[in-house]
Structure formats: C-alpha cells, structure tokens
Design a protein around this ligand. Structure first.
Ligand SMILES: C[S@@+](CC[C@H](N)C(=O)[O-])C[C@H]1O[C@@H](n2cnc3c(N)ncnc32)[C@H](O)[C@@H]1O
Length: 239
C-alpha cells in the first residue's frame, strides 16, 4: 500500500475538496457521529460574542462554522467566509439561501495565506478543521493577525492525536482504517479520506501550534482538548 499524499499545494487541496464537496456535510456528521456540530458551537462560544462582532470564518468550506457563528445567542453581527474551493462554497451558499442567512453571511473565494480583506477589518476569526490543510501555517497566522482588529479573538478547531493509550489505539484504528474505508465508499474519492488521517499526523502538535500562534503575535493562547483530545480548540487574542 502506498503512503497517502500529504502535499498541500493550493490547487491540489482545493481540487480535493471540490471533488468531495457533494458528500462533505453528510460524511462529516456520519464519521463524527454528529459531534462535529457540538465542536463548532463550542468554538463559537469561546468567542463570547456580544452581537456586535464582524467574524471571519477562514477555510469555511460549506459554511457550517459561519452558520454557527450567526446562529449563536447573541449572534455575530456579520460573518465573512473565505475558502479557495469553489464547489464547497457553492454548497455553502445554497445552505445560506435555504436558511435565509445570505444577507448576514458572505462567502468569498480566497486563500488563507493571502486573505482578501483589509487590515483590522474583523473582530473575531474562526477556523474549523482547515488550518492543517494550509500549505504555510505561519503565513496564515500572520494574515489572521493582520486582518483582526486589536484585541480581536481567534477560535480554531483542529484534529489531534489523543495521547491516552486506550483512546489512542481506538482512535488510530478508527481514523486510519474505518474512516478512510467509509469515506472512500461514499465519496468515491480515493485520496481524500486517506489524506485526512495522514494530514492530522503530519500537522503541528498542540504545543507546536501554540508556539506558531505566539510567534505570529497572539497572546492569551489556550489549547483545550475536546472529546478525549481527538480535537483541540485553540483560542487566542491579537496582541
Ligand atoms: C475540512 S474542510 C473544513 C470546512 C469547514 N470549516 C468545517 O468546519 O467543516 C477544510 C476546508 O479548508 C479549505 N482550505 C484549505 N486550505 C485553504 C487555504 N489555504 N485557503 C482557503 N481555504 C483553504 C478547503 O478548501 C476546505 O473547504
């Protein structure tokens, strides 16, 4: 068996997500047994929204985290979702229209390493399961700092490898064997669901990612394990 390709050129990553876009939401909820919705709500809660915030949801995909930010109580004043996969955005836009959220949530095609919005233009940034796919993590973190207003908040969800022995073995079996098989069967895409566990393994550990955020100029950084540490919620403030 050949090792999964974890190269992250924007064309390859955007093409891969475009190819699985039609099955993305269904598989997300199935493969996480619906817990993904709770993780997104938890990330939005960490922002402690007051109803006045302009939120940027980077790597927004089909806009679930953008929708969670706008559906919170109180909701974000407005949300801009940015992603470079046009097909993911198209499905997101259909969802926004169906839920009549399209005036308050705007979707823009763009790269997290070169965010198409101005300096200090947003009060909070969210990313759900996107940062590990970005080719240059440090460049994206610098862009997040640039686009956040002073004191702006960051909430990032990303998968991690749990360290508790029992959880770790069960996780490895599920993530490396069961999940890619189900993903392949339903999406008919060979590479994408092999890429998922491989890219998690290759991404920075929680301690390393905290260092990257600190280096980019964020302060008050916290890394909280969720669901036995299979996901981490990183929060930080623009210093
Ligand atoms: C796993 S999906 C996550 C989607 C959504 N945030 C969620 O919570 O389900 C990752 C998304 O990140 C996007 N992405 C990856 N790298 C990106 C980059 N450099 N710039 C913009 N979008 C990127 C992909 O196109 C994909 O839609």
């Amino acid at each position: 068996m050949t090792a999964p390709d974890i190269s992250k050129s924007p064309d390859r990553i955007a093409g891969m997500f475009d190819a699985i876009a039609g099955n993305y939401d269904f598989l997300n909820h199935l493969l996480s047994a619906g817990i993904d919705k709770r993780w997104r709500k938890r990330a939005v809660r960490a922002l402690a929204l007051t109803g006045r915030e302009r939120v940027l949801d980077l790597c927004t995909g089909t806009a679930d985290l953008a929708i969670a930010a706008r559906s919170a109580t109180p909701p974000a004043r407005s949300v801009v979702g940015v992603d470079f996969a046009g097909e993911m955005l198209r499905i997101g836009l259909d969802k926004l229209r169906a839920a009549r959220l399209d005036p308050a949530i705007t979707l823009i095609r763009g790269d997290a390493a070169n965010i198409p919005i101005g300096n200090g233009a947003v009060d909070a940034i969210t990313i759900g399961f996107g940062i590990r796919n970005v080719q240059n993590t440090a460049a994206a973190c610098a862009e997040m700092r640039r686009t956040l207003a002073p004191g702006g908040r960051l909430a990032i969800l990303e998968f991690a490898i749990p360290t508790t022995p029992l959880v770790s073995s069960a996780y490895r079996f599920y993530f490396n064997r069961v999940l890619p098989a189900i993903g392949r069967l339903i999406s008919k895409h060979n590479a994408a669901y092999g890429y998922l566990p491989a890219s998690v393994g290759a991404f920075a550990s929680p301690d390393e990612f905290v260092k990257i955020l600190r280096h980019a100029g964020f302060v008050d950084i916290q890394a909280r394990p969720l669901t036995f540490g299979i996901v981490y919620l990183y929060t930080a403030t623009r210093g």
